[in-house]
Design a protein. Structure first.
Length: 94
């Protein structure tokens, strides 16, 4: 089930058609997490194979850092944003 949830954003991106290369920003809560590392490789490869330019950011489990990263991607007019939120996962763990 978890794998399916990770694949859904990629499938949605593949449905979006455009004549120009779209920029995708991916913000992870922590890239050092084993599952995230595997997912990151698969997601980046899938996006690049589909013709997207990919920017990856790692918040290191720091919510304020992730907030700044998301703001930066929005400011840079990133077309698509994929987010693994820090605060959501932390609230789930409690």
């Amino acid at each position: 089930m978890k794998r399916l949830l990770w694949i859904l954003p990629v499938l949605l991106l593949l449905l979006v058609g455009c004549d120009t290369q779209q920029q995708v920003g991916v913000c992870y809560r922590d890239c050092d997490d084993g599952l995230t590392a595997q997912y990151r490789q698969e997601l980046e490869q899938s996006l690049r194979n589909a013709g997207y330019a990919v920017t990856v950011m790692d918040a290191g489990n720091d919510q304020s850092k992730q907030d700044r990263q998301v703001a930066e991607l929005i400011e840079d007019k990133t077309d698509i944003l994929i987010l693994e939120p820090v605060i959501f996962l932390h609230s789930w763990m409690k």
